[in-house]
Each structure stands twice: as structure tokens, then as C-alpha cells.
Design a protein around this ligand. Structure first.
Ligand SMILES: C[S@@+](CC[C@H](N)C(=O)[O-])C[C@H]1O[C@@H](n2cnc3c(N)ncnc32)[C@H](O)[C@@H]1O
Length: 308
């Protein structure tokens, strides 16, 4: 059912430190983070998201072109739920959309919305609006849209089952809902969620070793690399209409990967609780490979559901 991969982004992982010198010792247990909102300082929340999760600009543009290609003529009503600062979804789309379109970025975290509004203002994107929305509480009273996206959000919700019907209800006649998943077989986020996967490069091995040393299980019902139950539930309300894949090329040193683990960049790390001893062991074991660069490809898979 999938169509061939269609776009290649540029090389590199934006915002990743170019080179690590010496691995830093782990001196104290870090505070566990249960969600972005737990990060210290609101500007830090937005910076942290953009540092670790911003796709290359070409990838965001390719996804936006795909979304636009399925829409009728302007003016269109478009809602990007869980948009964070909008760098991957709202902004690439708004740049290509018509000025008569309404492009709404909704998120539960005000710091993300402030950053998104700032980006839009700087770029003169007058079609962008921001709205504080909790998808677990605020969907029932919203109007309908021609396009709704929920990119990399559903696995973060405490109760995703109750969100499915109101989410589908937001899609107007002939409108589309898009959901995303990391498809692998590589990519730092995919591998992190898949406990290192089964590749043999040192980045994959480091992630695998983290979970071996951790001993704590990491098996939530949904991950950003596994949203099958959500797709099945949505199919009760909307017609599944295949998917497209977009490649996010990455160059990551082993030291970069350690930093992502140590700073709890992704859910598998802020959802687990390594002791300083675990991190020190990981760092020591991978010290000989610290500066090795590994080329990975994160695959963003975008599923479409149609209101017929
Ligand atoms: C991994 S980020 C995805 C951001 C963006 N869509 C992307 O694909 O890069 C997850 C986002 O979901 C948001 N989020 C989590 N729970 C939410 C909720 N209950 N309602 C709305 N947004 C939520 C977070 O604040 C965060 O911005």
C-alpha cells in the first residue's frame, strides 16, 4: 500500500553538536523528565525541541507539498495538533499555502506556541494562528477542518483511545487527517524507540547497550515507531488511504548519541531512569568509538485518513 519514497532531505542533523571531544563524566543523577513541560524554563523547552527534533528544511517542505497536493482550492482550514514550535509542520506548510488559508498550530505547551508565533511573525506568515489546545480535552467543541495533522503526538497521551472519535470528528467533508510514525530501520528516534534495533553500527549498539544495562522495561503500548492500534481505531471512523515516506538523513557521532541519551532527548530516555552508574558504564564502554560518525536515515511515514 505504500508508495515509493519520494523525497530526500539534505545531509545532517540540525542542531547536533558538530564534534564531541572527550566524553564528560556523569556526576549526578539527572532529574527525570516526564514531558516537555517538565523541562526547566520555557525558552529551554522550545530550544530543546528544535535542537533534537527539527527535521531538515527540505523534509518539512516535502511533507508540506504532499499535504497541499491533496487539498482543494483556497481558502482552506488546516489544523496542526501538537505542533510544538511548528518548525516541522505548521511553518513549512504555511510558507507554501495561500494567504487566504487558515493554518492553525495547536499545542498544550504555551512556550511552543509563543515560539511558533514568533517564527511566523518574523517570516511574515500572516496565515498562521496559534491556539492552546489539549487534544485530550478541547477537541469536542472545535469547528471542522479540511486538513488535520497529528504528527508524533498520540504516543504521548495518557488516554489515546478517547481521543480517536473527537479527532476524526474534526475532519470536514472530503477532508483528510494525517498521522505519522517513524518507520526505520535506522534513525536516532526510531532506534531509540526500538531499543537499538538490530543494526551493527556503533550508534545502534550504544542504544541497545543502554537498554541492556538499564534492566528497566521500556514497552509502552504506543511508541512513535508503533502506532498500529491507533490506525486500526481510526479506521472505524475514516477511510485509510495509504502512506508516504520521507527520509531525514542524519550524521551522528557516538558522542552525539550519548549526549542525546544523557540529556533525555526522546521519550525512551525521559521515560526511563538510568542510574549514574549505568551512564558511566555506557560512556566508558563506547569511549574508543566516541568520535566515529554514523550515517543514519530517519524515515518519517505519514498516514492519510479520508472523510468520504
Ligand atoms: C514530539 S512533539 C511533535 C511536534 C511536531 N508535531 C513534530 O512532528 O515535530 C509532541 C508534541 O505533542 C504535544 N502534546 C503532548 N500532549 C498534548 C496534548 N494533550 N494536547 C496537545 N498537544 C500535546 C507536545 O507539547 C509536543 O509539542
Amino acid at each position: 500500500m505504500g508508495k515509493p519514497r519520494e523525497e530526500r532531505g539534505r545531509e545532517g542533523l540540525r542542531g547536533t553538536p558538530e564534534e564531541m571531544t572527550e566524553p564528560a563524566p556523569v556526576t549526578s543523577r539527572r532529574q527525570a523528565l516526564s514531558a516537555e513541560a517538565d523541562l526547566p524554563g520555557s525558552a529551554d523547552v522550545a530550544d530543546f525541541y528544535e535542537l533534537h527534533q527539527e527535521w531538515p528544511r527540505e523534509v518539512g517542505r516535502a511533507v508540506a507539498e504532499h499535504l497541499l497536493s491533496t487539498l482543494g482550492p483556497p481558502p482552506r482550514r488546516c489544523l496542526f495538533l501538537g505542533s510544538a514550535t511548528g518548525v516541522n509542520d505548521v511553518l513549512p506548510f504555511a510558507r507554501l499555502a495561500d494567504l487566504r488559508d487558515r493554518v492553525v498550530g495547536g499545542d498544550v505547551e504555551p512556550a511552543y506556541l509563543s515560539r511558533l508565533a514568533e517564527h511566523a511573525r518574523r517570516e511574515g506568515l500572516q496565515n498562521v494562528q496559534v491556539r492552546r489546545l489539549d487534544v485530550q480535552k478541547d477537541l469536542a467543541n472545535l469547528e471542522t477542518f479540511d486538513l488535520v495533522t497529528l504528527f508524533f503526538v498520540i504516543h504521548r497521551l495518557s488516554d489515546w483511545q478517547d481521543v480517536v472519535a473527537p479527532l476524526a470528528g474534526l475532519v470536514g467533508p472530503r477532508g483528510s487527517l494525517y498521522l505519522s510514525e517513524f518507520a526505520g530501520p535506522s534513525g536516532v528516534i526510531y532506534l531509540s524507540n526500538e531499543k537499538g534495533g538490530d543494526l551493527s553500527d556503533p550508534v545502534s549498539r550504544m542504544i541497545r547497550r543502554y537498554f541492556e544495562l538499564l534492566l528497566e522495561p521500556f514497552d509502552p503500548p504506543l511508541k512513535s515507531s508503533r502506532i498500529g492500534p491507533v490506525r486500526e481505531a481510526l479506521a472505524q471512523h475514516l477511510r485509510p488511504s495509504g502512506f508516504r515516506e520521507f527520509d531525514w538523513p542524519q550524521r551522528v557521532t557516538v558522542g552525539d548519541m550519548y549526549t542525546k541519551i544523557e540529556s533525555q532527548a526522546y521519550a525512551p530516555y525521559f521515560g526511563t531512569h538510568p542510574s549514574p552508574d549505568v551512564l558511566n558504564r555506557l560512556r566508558r564502554e563506547f569511549e574508543p568509538d566516541w568520535l566515529r560518525t554514523v550515517k543514519l536515515t530517519e524515515t518519517v511515514r505519514v498516514y492519510r485518513f479520508l472523510r468520504t
